[in-house]
Design a protein around this ligand. Sequence first.
Ligand SMILES: NC(=O)c1ccc[n+]([C@@H]2O[C@H](COP(=O)([O-])OP(=O)(O)OC[C@H]3O[C@@H](n4cnc5c(N)ncnc54)[C@H](O)[C@@H]3O)[C@@H](O)[C@H]2O)c1
Length: 263
Amino acid sequence: MKASEIFAVDGRIVIVTGAASGIGLTIAETLADNGAYVVLADVDQAGLDQAAAAISASGGKVEALVLDVTDPAGVASAFRGIAERLGRIDVVFANAGVSAGPGYGNPIGALDALDFELFERANRVNLTGAIATMTAAARIMKAQSAGSIIVTTSAAAFSNSRLPGYGYYAAKAGLAQVVKVAAAEMAQHNVRVNAIAPGAFPTNMAGGRLREPGGGAAFAAEAMIQRVARMEEIAGAALLLASEASSYMTGTTLHVDGGVAAT
Ligand SMILES: NC(=O)c1ccc[n+]([C@@H]2O[C@H](COP(=O)([O-])OP(=O)(O)OC[C@H]3O[C@@H](n4cnc5c(N)ncnc54)[C@H](O)[C@@H]3O)[C@@H](O)[C@H]2O)c1
């Protein structure tokens, strides 16, 4: 079989949350470049408009959806509307996320200085928001007896470092386990649930620290491959899990982290 057939996503209806920038945007661009119809969902209206215009200008089929993943009823109703209008939803990336502030390598990230507002915000977006997205996807996919749900967790669910804040660890580690449980439940409905666990990608996350030489170097030092990722290095994992190339994969995590989780 040809790679273009194995990894085919053309005609697939895909929703990506957190698609206005960073990893979500790169995933959306990759799928649109390969012929999928992509719904970009995000709270950032201006970022969404810019992203949708760019994808559309390069020939992609795309629409923008202003969506706050921390509102489960809003997510469910938006997904229902998309499924009714487009006939189905094939793939959902639950990717939206925020940082929880610095980790204990910075005095304000220490356990005895924990900022509960940041802790709770990270859990609200990264854990509750991702589960709200999975729930809305599950309702549609269970009814159509088909689908693939892909959750962006993090290397932080599998390792520890001085860099991310406690709320980030709590949310992403919880999510990593939820992926396994949901995969077990949804397999009987022909719905697969998998995760991508990125290492350090130079996005807007953490106030853009990863883009700065100093911040980037601290993260790079934790990887076996001693550098931060290039944005396009998320594309292969996204295409694998969104296509039938992964038809016998569920409950698994693809670590795209330069080796962090294996240290
Ligand atoms: N960048 C990294 O190094 C890294 C590493 C591991 C995991 N991740 C995860 O990757 C995912 C994407 O992050 P990124 O690095 O691309 O950062 P990013 O800040 O570039 O993108 C995150 C996007 O999520 C959106 N968002 C935030 N809150 C939202 C909400 N309530 N509803 C809808 N959208 C919302 C933002 O507007 C933004 O467009 C996150 O889940 C993040 O935790 C990132």
